[in-house]
Design a protein around this ligand. Structure first.
Ligand code: DX5
Ligand code: ZN
Length: 232
């Protein structure tokens, strides 16, 4: 894998539908996928872990009918264990929750994997990588937040993005973990996360802004992330 990447470093795009037209979610998902997005990123917020409320497993289950493209759930909720069966039942291909939650983490990661899905942990900008140490063998995805979780359309934070290459170094030769970058990623900032070797760029408002051509943005993000010299 490392050798292949050194030659041709490709980042995938996962479209975050948080800032899309929430009244037409399935149409917006199709628009992003038609524009070349590889996956759909689903921001679930409970108004407690973050100061915003979005949607839950019921809506995701309805959306699941749009096609087979991977659904990545990003749970910004305080009690992921309480709702895990519902997210698994809703058809999420990967389920990522935050390492900062105040409940046991290992059993929930094991449950996600037992259901045959990818298990992930997300880190807020101020959370050090060492928070992941107990779970290195239990995660398939590490989501590096490059904004404070809670809202789309925020400015990209370059400092926490550096954790992406640290994760790569930490996990190199140890395990294949996909590193996602979430928050403020667009054609303008893709080169930064690409330079750190990101695997999946999560793109929200930049894709769904009024008058924005989703396909152009997706291609520009992939081009700029891929063009960045790696490892940065
Ligand atoms: C923020 C969410 C992100 C956000 C991305 O808490 O986790 O997924 O929707 O949107 P942009 O790209 O607009 O920052
Ligand atoms: Zn997200």
């Amino acid at each position: 894998m490392a050798a292949a990447r050194a030659a041709t470093h490709h980042s995938l795009v996962s479209a975050s539908i948080l800032d899309s037209d929430l009244a037409s979610l399935s149409r917006e998902c199709r628009r992003a996928l038609k524009g070349g997005a590889d996956r759909i990123h689903l921001d679930v917020m409970d108004g407690h872990f973050v100061p915003n409320i979005t949607f839950g497993p019921g809506i995701i289950k309805k959306l699941r009918k749009i096609g087979k493209q991977p659904f990545d759930a990003h749970l910004m909720i305080s009690e992921p264990s309480r709702y895990m069966d519902q997210f698994i039942d809703a058809g999420c291909d990967s389920i990522t929750f935050h390492v900062e939650v105040e409940e046991p983490i290992e059993p929930t990661l094991l449950k996600i994997r037992k259901a045959g899905r990818l298990a992930g942990l997300a880190l807020k900008p101020a959370t050090p990588l060492s928070a992941l140490d107990p779970y290195r063998d239990l995660v398939d995805i590490i989501m590096v937040m490059t904004v404070e979780p809670g809202f789309g359309g925020q400015h990209f934070m370059p400092e926490p993005a550096a954790k992406i290459s640290d994760v790569k170094r930490l996990m190199a030769g140890h395990r294949d973990v996909l590193v996602h970058a979430d928050g403020g990623v667009s054609a303008d900032t893709a080169a930064v996360v690409g330079g750190y070797g990101v695997d999946v760029c999560i793109v929200g408002s930049a894709l769904f802004q009024r008058g924005q051509d989703a396909a152009n943005e997706v291609q520009a993000v992939k081009r700029n992330a891929g063009a960045a010299p790696w490892p940065g």
